[in-house]
Design a protein around this ligand. Structure first.
Ligand SMILES: *[C@@H]1O[C@H](CO)[C@@H](O)[C@H](O)[C@H]1NC(C)=O
Ligand SMILES: *[C@@H]1O[C@H](CO)[C@@H](O)[C@H](O)[C@H]1NC(C)=O
Length: 287
């Protein structure tokens, strides 16, 4: 089985579970093709056909090779992308389990309670908006404190710009000094570290805002072994704030990789036994 087959099997399993229980599954990943926008220094996505047709024996066989940058599409940035120290995680070594000190539960760094912070109004007013600590505190006033081991994703409505380089980067040029898109400010990054999150996601091309040339948020979060999710797909089908949702980050385990294309599957649990936050009563979804 290759990665696509494993993803499909996972989706199918979750889909069957969701049909039986009348539940909803959302995919937050963009699909890949040669038209996708990409960071200018990254190689273009290529699908190379190996076979696609009827063999001499009359039987069908189809298979492709793919070639693309680790940081393509909806992807994970492993901490080793911008940090180097003993114990820093690469894509394949992000631990599957660890015990939280506060609660004796098994916890996977790639599966966790999701918080979605929608700041579209801020980026509509300013393409170069940087998330502040106050934005996170405002979210917490409505939805509760971001839990330790959580995954926080910032939603700027940027998924509308998938396959639209100018829309996503705010520039027609490959010159990175001309880029304009929202990202995180340092005080927001510091607060997320204080909360003990495992992952920080965004629907723009980078957690550092477009004009950044020195990527302080990348260095700061990766330096604390926190991974990023970038170019996250549309979050419009999720409950407000991501309330009650557990995110499954389907990262590829490529040895030595510093990033990889990821399938993000948020699941809303009816009784969120692992992460009991203030759930709305009688949530209909489950995964
Ligand atoms: C394989 O062939 C089918 C038609 O038989 C075509 O629709 C499909 O696009 C081809 N796949 C690739 C990757 O070229
Ligand atoms: C940007 O770079 C890509 C190749 O990496 C090239 O195809 C494209 O034409 C370039 N765009 C501009 C505006 O120079």
């Amino acid at each position: 089985m290759d990665f696509t087959q494993i993803s499909l099997a996972l989706c199918l399993a979750l889909l069957i579970a969701s049909v039986e229980c009348k539940q909803v599954l959302v995919d937050l990943s963009h699909s890949l093709n040669a038209d996708n926008h990409r960071w200018p220094t990254n190689d273009k996505f290529e699908l190379i056909v190996v076979a696609n047709g009827t063999l001499d024996n009359g039987k069908w066989y189809a298979s492709n090779n793919v070639r693309f940058s680790e940081h393509t599409g909806t992807h994970l940035d492993a901490p080793a992308h911008f940090a180097s120290f003993d114990g820093v995680y690469s894509a394949a070594t992000i631990p599957v389990e660890r015990n939280l000190k506060t609660k004796c539960i098994s916890h996977c760094r790639l599966v966790g309670p999701l918080s979605v912070i929608n700041l579209k109004e801020k980026s509509d007013a300013d393409r170069d908006y940087r998330v502040t600590a106050d934005d996170i505190i405002s979210y917490e006033k409505e939805f509760g404190k971001i839990p330790e081991g959580g995954i926080v994703i910032f939603d700027f409505g940027w998924s509308q710009y998938w396959n639209d380089f100018e829309g996503a980067f705010g520039s027609q040029s490959n010159d990175t000094t001309t880029f304009h898109f929202p990202g995180l400010g340092m005080d927001a990054a510091e607060l997320l570290v204080d909360r003990g999150v495992y992952g920080v996601g965004i629907d723009t091309p980078s957690v550092d805002y477009g004009p950044s040339q020195d990527f302080p948020v990348h260095y700061y979060l990766h330096g604390r072994n926190i991974y990023h999710l970038e170019n996250v797909g549309s979050m419009s089908a999720l409950p407000k704030g991501g309330e009650g949702v557990t995110l499954v980050v389907g990262a590829m385990k490529i040895d030595g990789a510093l990033g990889d294309q990821s399938v993000l599957l948020p699941c809303l649990m009816k009784k969120n036994r692992l992460y009991p936050r203030q759930l709305s009563q009688d949530t209909e979804y489950l995964c």
